[in-house]
Design a protein around this ligand. Structure first.
Ligand SMILES: [Zn+2]
Length: 413
C-alpha cells in the first residue's frame, strides 16, 4: 500500500475550514480553536491501531507499537500564529498521519520498529512569546522559572492558560520520559522562505537550524538643540547607529547563508528639534556555522566601536538571547537526500533560518533530519501562505520514502 497524498491535502483543507476565519488560521496554542483542532485530529487517529496520550507538557503522542520498542518519531505542530497559514506545522502532522496509516496497513498493525507521531504543543509561542515550548520540555532544555511569569496580551498567565488545558507547568520535566527508545526523528515542513522557489526545486534537505545571536546595542551621544549645535560639534548617536545598520550587510555577505538584521531603532529624545542623544537598536545574526556566527558577532562589535568613536559617542551591548547552531544527523541527511532525489529527481541542501521543534529533538541527542517543501513567494505566518498541490503531494511521498529508509536503517543498527 502507498500513501495517499490527496487524502492529506483534503484533510488539510478540512482543518482549515474548521479552524480558520477570513484572516487565516487561528489555531493559537492553549486556545479553544487549538483544542478543537486537536479534537478533530484525535478522531482521525482513532481509526488506527494506536495508543494515544498527552505528555506532561501537552505534546500529543500517537504510538503504533512495533516488534522492537526502538522508535521512529515523526513530528509537527497543529498550533499556528494568529492569522496564520494553512500549512505551517499542520502539513507535518497530517503527512505524518498518512505515513503512519501506510505503515500500519503494510505491517498489519505490527511493524518491526515502533512508530510514534507527535503533535508538539505550542511550537509558535504566539501567545506567550516562548517558541518550542513542548519540544523543549521533551528535550529537557526548558526552564520553568524563566517561563512561569509570562503573561499574554490580556494579562492571562501562561501557567493558568496551560492549567485550563490540563497541563501543569511544574510537571514539564516529566515530558522528557518520552525520549525513551527514541532512535530517530523526521519532520517535513514548508520552507517559509524563497530559496527553493528561486532554484525551481520542489523539495530540499535541511542541514540544521542556524545559531542566533540577538543583542540590544545602545549608542550614547549628547542631546543638543537642532538649531544651535553646529554640525562639527555634534555627538549624534543615531549617526553611529545608522553606519552600523549599513555595515552589517557586508559583514553577513562574506558568508553564503549568513544573515544579519537590524529590526528595531529607537531614538531619544526622539523629537524633530533635537540631536539624538541615545539610540537603541537590535541586531539579530544567524548562521549554521558557530565560527561564522562568532566572527560576525565580533566584527559587528568592532564596527560599532569604530562608528561610536567616529561620531564622538560611546556604545554598549547587551545580549537578548542566543542559541547555538544545530546540525542534523549526517546519515539521516544522506537518507533524506536520497528520498528527495528519488521523489523529485533533484535535491538541494540548505540551512533553516527559522527554528523548529526538530532542533530541540536534535539537542536531546536523537538523530534528526528535516525536509522542506517549497513555499510560494516564500511567504508564511500569513493567510496567503501556500504551496502548489503537486509539490505538497510530492512532499508527502518523499516523507514516506524517508520514513522507509529510516526504518531500514533502524532495523540494521
Ligand atoms: Zn512551523
Amino acid at each position: 500500500m502507498n500513501v495517499n497524498p490527496k487524502r492529506t491535502i483534503a484533510e488539510l483543507k478540512e482543518l482549515r475550514a474548521l479552524t480558520s476565519d477570513e484572516n487565516g488560521a487561528q489555531r493559537v496554542a492553549w486556545t479553544d480553536t487549538w483544542l478543537k483542532a486537536r479534537e478533530w485530529f484525535a478522531a482521525k487517529v482513532k481509526q488506527l491501531p494506536v495508543e494515544q496520550h498527552y505528555d506532561a507538557a501537552g505534546n500529543n503522542w500517537v504510538t503504533l507499537p512495533g516488534a522492537s520498542r526502538k522508535s521512529l518519531l515523526i513530528g509537527g505542530h497543529l498550533d499556528s500564529v494568529p492569522n496564520g497559514g494553512w500549512l505551517d506545522g499542520a502539513l507535518d502532522v497530517l503527512a505524518g498521519l498518512e505515513v503512519l496509516r501506510r505503515i500500519a496497513s503494510e505491517f498489519r498493525g505490527q511493524p518491526p520498529v515502533t512508530v510514534r507521531l507527535v503533535d508538539w504543543a505550542d511550537e509558535e509561542g504566539a501567545r506567550f512569546g516562548r517558541s518550542l515550548l513542548g519540544s523543549s520540555a521533551f528535550a529537557g532544555t526548558h526552564s520553568i522559572e524563566a517561563d512561569r511569569g509570562r503573561t499574554d496580551r490580556d494579562g492571562v498567565r501562561l501557567e493558568d492558560a496551560l492549567r485550563r488545558c490540563g497541563v501543569e507547568i511544574d510537571h514539564f520535566p516529566d515530558a522528557s520520559k518520552e525520549q525513551k527508545d527514541a532512535a530517530a526523528y523526521i519532520e517535513l515542513h514548508i520552507e517559509q522562505g524563497p530559496v527553493l522557489e528561486h532554484m525551481d526545486l520542489p523539495l530540499g534537505v535541511v542541514l540544521g537550524t542556524k545559531g542566533v545571536e540577538r543583542h540590544i546595542i545602545t549608542f550614547h551621544g549628547q542631546e543638543a538643540h537642532s538649531g544651535s549645535t553646529p554640525m562639527n560639534a555634534r555627538r549624534d548617536a543615531l549617526a553611529a547607529a545608522a553606519k552600523l545598520a549599513l555595515e552589517i550587510r557586508p559583514i553577513a555577505k562574506k558568508h553564503a547563508d549568513a544573515v544579519c538584521t537590524m529590526g528595531s531603532v529607537k531614538t531619544f529624545p526622539g523629537i524633530v528639534t533635537a540631536v539624538v542623544g541615545r539610540c537603541e537598536v537590535t541586531l539579530d545574526q544567524r548562521d549554521l556555522d558557530a565560527s561564522v556566527l562568532a566572527q560576525m558577532y565580533r566584527e559587528a562589535q568592532e564596527a560599532s566601536q569604530r562608528f561610536a568613536a567616529e561620531e564622538n559617542c560611546t556604545v554598549n551591548w547587551s545580549r537578548l538571547w542566543n542559541i547555538e547552531p544545530i546540525k542534523f544527523h549526517p546519515h539521516l541527511l544522506d537518507l533524506c537526500e536520497q528520498a528527495v532525489r528519488e521523489t523529485s529527481g533533484n535535491s538541494h541542501r540548505m540551512p533553516s533560518g527559522p527554528l523548529h521543534d526538530a532542533a530541540e529533538v536534535s539537542r536531546a541527542g536523537i538523530p534528526t533530519v528535516m525536509m522542506f517543501v517549497q513555499s510560494l513567494k516564500g511567504i508564511s505566518h500569513n493567510k496567503i501562505e501556500d504551496t502548489k498541490e503537486e509539490h505538497l503531494e510530492m512532499s508527502i511521498a518523499a516523507l514516506d520514502c524517508l520514513a522507509s529508509k529510516t526504518f531500514a536503517w533502524l532495523l540494521d543498527s
